[in-house]
Design a protein around this ligand. Structure first.
Ligand SMILES: Nc1ncnc2c1ncn2[C@@H]1O[C@H](COP(=O)(O)OP(=O)(O)OP(=O)(O)O)[C@@H](O)[C@H]1O
Ligand SMILES: Nc1nc2c(ncn2[C@@H]2O[C@H](COP(=O)(O)O)[C@@H](O)[C@H]2O)c(=O)[nH]1
Length: 191
């Protein structure tokens, strides 16, 4: 079977991490770990949610791509991707849209993209509050150019992205199941 990387992207709070956990639970799809200098949220574990880095340790590593998002650094490596692919043919990664574009350019048909949307983005503030994000960090994030940028699907992903509308979790799961059925079918019988 051909290796596939499911790139999950979209604006903050739209449910990217929730979707990656669903793919793990229901399809055994592991998530490729990425690195960040952002402080840990309550309940997050180093090496499980991210590799949490200091600015100095972040700068010392090599990345496929790295971005600044709302004041913190994020980066992903081929090493982590190849480690994940050594365990299973299908793996996922959670990225902002800038990172997703880089993967589309570098990995071509090895990736499939899920783009998460929400009908009324004004509810995202409440989702982030419910997640436990500090109020000041939420306001900084929602005012950032990265947030505004990620509310639109970049033209460079239009041909490869499947939109998942995540206003209602049960409906989102149905869309993900359809996507996964097609992906598995294509991987088993390519061409
Ligand atoms: N359909 C949904 N309805 C209500 N709450 C949801 C839904 N999907 C996800 N959530 C909740 O919204 C919050 C944000 O979800 P999640 O952390 O998955 O978003 P994200 O896109 O990964 O965000 P970020 O880019 O900020 O890391 C979480 O508390 C999650 O449980
Ligand atoms: N381009 C990349 N984006 C990444 C990476 N790891 C995470 N992310 C994205 O950053 C924002 C903020 O994440 P958060 O966990 O602080 O809420 C979000 O869009 C993630 O998808 C990465 O290695 N490269």
């Amino acid at each position: 079977m051909q290796h596939k990387l499911i790139v999950i992207t979209g604006a903050t709070g739209t449910g990217k991490t929730t979707v990656s956990s669903y793919l793990k639970r229901h399809y055994g799809v592991n998530r490729v770990m990425t690195h960040t200098t952002r402080p840990q949220r309550p309940g997050e574990i180093d090496g499980v949610d991210y590799y949490f880095e200091t600015p100095a340790s972040f700068a010392a590593k090599h990345y496929i791509e790295h971005v600044t998002y709302a004041g913190y650094e994020y980066g992903s490596s081929f090493e982590s991707l190849n480690q994940a692919w050594a365990q299973a043919d299908f793996v996922s990664i959670v990225l902002d849209t800038k990172g997703a574009l880089t993967y589309a350019r570098q990995l071509g048909d090895k990736i499939a993209v899920l783009y998460l949307t929400i009908e009324d983005p004004s509810i995202l503030r409440q989702r982030l509050l419910d997640r436990g994000d500090p109020q000041a960090m939420i306001e900084k994030r929602l005012a950032s150019p990265e947030y505004k940028r990620d509310l639109r699907l970049p033209a460079g992903l239009a041909a490869v992205a499947t939109e998942i509308k995540n206003d209602d979790w049960a409906l989102a799961c149905r869309q993900i199941d359809v996507f996964m059925a097609q992906l598995i079918d294509t991987a088993v019988t390519p061409g």
